[in-house]
Structure formats: C-alpha cells, structure tokens
Design a protein around this ligand. Sequence first.
Ligand code: CP
Ligand code: NVA
Length: 308
Amino acid sequence: MNHFLDIHKTDATDLRNIIDNAAAMKQARNGRPKGAPDDDQPLAGHMVALIFEKPSTRTRVSFDVGVRQMGGQTMVLSGSDMQLGHGETIADTARVMSRYVDLIMIRTFDESVLTEMAEYASVPVINGLTDRTHPCQIMADVMTFEEHRGPIAGKKVVWTGDGNNVCASFLHAAGQFGFDLTFTGPAQLDPEEEFIGFARSKGSQVVIERDAGKAVAGADLVVADTWVSMHDAQSSRERRHNLLRPYQVNERLMAQAKPDALFMHCLPAHREEEVTSEVMDGPNSVIFDEAENRLHAQKAIMRWCLGV
Ligand code: CP
Ligand code: NVA
C-alpha cells in the first residue's frame, strides 16, 4: 500500500519521481484555465476524501482542484462533523471510509491519528499535516527550489524560528534529497533530535546556530514559518514571540545570505512578525510559486499512491 505519511518513510527514488512527474504535469497544463481537465484523466472514477481537523486554505483547495483536474471526485469533510469527532475510533472510521472512497487525505493534530488511519485503511492515506510533520508542503518546496535554481542536492537551506512540523519535514527532505540544513532559533524551540538524526544518518550536514546572521551566511534558501502553529496553545503566544523576535526574516538578514538566496514560507504568514512584507514581496521570494506547486506536487503524490 502506497501511503504518503512522511518524507522519511517514502523511498528516495519514489520521491524524486514524484517531483519530476509533478514538474512534467505542471508543464503539460501550460497556462490552461485552472478548471480545465488534464489531457490524462488518471483519477476518473476515483473518489477522494479530504478530512480536516484543523483549518486550511491551500491544502483544502489544492487537493480538491488537483483531483478534479485529473478526473476524480472529492468530498471535503470536517473532522468535527464526522462521528470521528464524537467518539468513533480512528480504526473503525478508517475501515468504513475504505468501503466508500479510493484515497484518504487527512489533516489532524496527533500523529497517531494519521498512523492509525493508515494501519486500518485498505486505501492509501496521505498526511495533510500533523502536529509533527507536513510532507506535502516540503515536496512542493523542493519542486519550487529546483524550478528556480536547479538541483537542491548539496545546497544550504536555513530554517529560521520555531523547529516545528514544517521544519521537521524539511529535515526529512534534507536526508532524502541530499541538501544541508542550518537551524537558527532559540534552544527552547529546537527541532526534535529524531528529525535531526534522520538527516544526519543520510549524510546531510545539520547545523544549529543561535545567531541568525551567522546562520544565513552562504544560504541558498531561507525559510520562515509562523511563530505560533495551529497546535500551539494561544497562551504560549507572548512567550513564543519574545523568544522568536530575533529570528525575524527581514532585508537586513537576507542581505547576509547569498545574493540570489530564495525566500520561502509555507503560508499563512504573519506579516511583520516572522517575516517583513519587504522580503515576502521582494524579488527573491517564491512564496506564491510554493503555494501553486502544492497543487502539482500533490497531484503527483496521489498518482503515486494510487499507481495510476
Ligand atoms: N501551507 C498550508 O498547508 O496552508 P493551509 O494551512 O492553508 O492548508
Ligand atoms: N506550522 C504551521 C504550518 C501551517 C501550514 C502550523 O502547523 O500551523
């Protein structure tokens, strides 16, 4: 069963093929209206369930549009409207859903919900973000980097701020795609050792540097994300802001990276907090390409999952 649960759980050759297929499928659409079907309709006759236990704009819309472009149909479900949110077990939900649909994408809180869903489903399950990882995002990010700058292997990526779920998937990708990652943020918000260990086990250089200016020296890509994630308690907001303020990505910081260093943010962003508008809207920012590439990358992921 080809579940897409995490970047470190997916074969590196498969990951490479997914990115290459995504780029080819993007190319093939070549400026068509968004609603126009692809020439190939590999998902014709397929039903895809998109389950959300947290808010979403990009993941929800890009999966929905992607399935339709490939000829399939979708149902977007809110976890709280399902019996899942009212005491039905994940295992039972997975077995029931598998009788109706061909593919399940789920965005949830605890990673165990995703892994249990995958264990009991008899159809592929895709991780649309958990508290710990966000693999679809980083597939789009790798695709975006390569679109602008060629192979990401051997490049230096700098993650700024909170060592969160998106950072974790970047560390997985560092290992699988062969790039180096420097984390710059406060010690209290370091990424988990497990994620760092994976990247290092694959030969990536992972550096922890508390000084943001030093960290970005020689960077090919600088990445920021929100300081307060959906799974973080709102009561931690002030503490997080105080810890993370020195890691804001602004023009002064970007000036210390390579002159052609790209800037990425998975969005939604909080302008003038983790990143200034000057950087977000500046010439090196590729944030909207990243958002677009969610669509193309996920179409390729779904094809891989279904073997179509
Ligand atoms: N980047 C991302 O996953 O965005 P959404 O929360 O809007 O889906
Ligand atoms: N780290 C953020 C990413 C949102 C797409 C969160 O989990 O809220």
